[in-house]
Design a protein. Structure first.
Length: 304
């Protein structure tokens, strides 16, 4: 079931990493999804043992100090999948990693195991949300304004593809650690090389097979980007993800990249942002934590 959550994460969260390249018209959606899938795989595989602070924070967020019951495993994973599929059906880019963390918190409350360690880990998530949302928008907006004054003679395709690939690599690094934390927590297992490869594979497959619906929503319906703005969106999203990963903040590629796309689009004129679509997306973000936590809380109570 863990791998089902990883697959759904690849469908709904990972595609945003290449949003700037697609929205600006430089890279076709199918090719972008292939790039994203490959570099998601590499991000999980190569960074699982290097930037492990995100794993630690997610592990502590669950607040489970002893043996984890099977019912708790089922409650967390089922709550995450239910919320993720609900959002995917409507083509709304949500963060399955944040739904996962909300579900972990709901189970911790249901089990009566909320401690000061959990509270500290929760605030790391809050800080990560602030970094991804505010940082993604502000950095990208500034970059887009600066790039308007720059002329790249060789064109923007190569910078965009490289930046999109790096974004996907960092997404794999971020979200891969969260699912490895599940292995440590629920499976009472070390993050073995085999498990890491399975997480990497399922995330890549989810992106390549099911990411098109999310790309269509955010890239063709929510924002309009020129080539320079696409570069700014990719670079701004990359900067935020790298900063958060190094500091151990569990952040969402979806939140970071969506706000980066909005920031880049806004730099070209506020009329280029389709606020009706953005409002629907942000509204879903607002309910992610409470809904996934509530679902997990109820399921934990029912199953125990």
């Amino acid at each position: 079931m863990i791998f089902a959550v990883v697959f759904v994460n690849g469908m709904t969260d990972a595609p945003n990493a290449v949003g700037g390249a697609v929205a600006s018209g430089i890279v076709k959606p199918n090719r972008a999804l292939l790039i994203s899938g490959v570099f998601n795989f590499l991000g999980v595989a190569f960074n699982a043992g290097i930037f492990s602070r995100v794993t630690k924070n997610v592990y502590e967020l669950a607040g489970v100090g002893g043996t984890v019951e099977t019912s708790q495993i089922c409650a967390v994973l089922c709550a995450t999948i239910i919320f993720a599929l609900f959002a995917w059906v409507f083509g709304i880019p949500t963060s399955e990693s944040h739904a996962l963390m909300g579900a972990l918190l709901g189970t911790a409350f249901a089990s009566g195991e909320v401690t000061s360690t959990v509270s500290k880990a929760f605030w790391s998530v809050v800080l990560g949300f602030f970094v991804s949302v505010v940082g993604g928008f502000v950095i990208t907006f500034v970059l887009a304004k600066l790039l308007k004054k720059v002329c790249i003679k060789l064109g923007y395709k190569i910078p965009l593809v490289l930046a999109a690939a790096l974004n996907s690599f960092l997404h794999g690094s971020q979200d891969g650690q969260k699912f490895i934390a599940l292995a440590l927590l629920f499976l009472n297992s070390d993050s073995t090389f085999t498990f890491v490869l399975l997480v990497a594979t399922f995330m890549a497959l989810g992106t390549i097979c099911g990411g098109g619906r999310i790309l269509k929503k955010i890239c063709f319906e929510a924002v309009v980007l020129e080539e320079k703005e696409g570069v700014a969106a990719e670079l701004g999203g990359t900067a935020c993800l790298l900063f958060a990963t190094l500091l151990g903040f569990p952040v969402s590629t979806t939140y970071t990249k969506t706000l980066a796309l909005v920031g880049a689009s806004s730099a070209g004129g506020i009329s280029k942002v389709r606020f009706n679509d953005i409002t629907k997306i942000v509204s879903t973000w607002v309910i992610t934590y409470p809904c996934s936590a509530f679902l997990s809380y109820v399921l934990t109570k029912l199953l125990t």
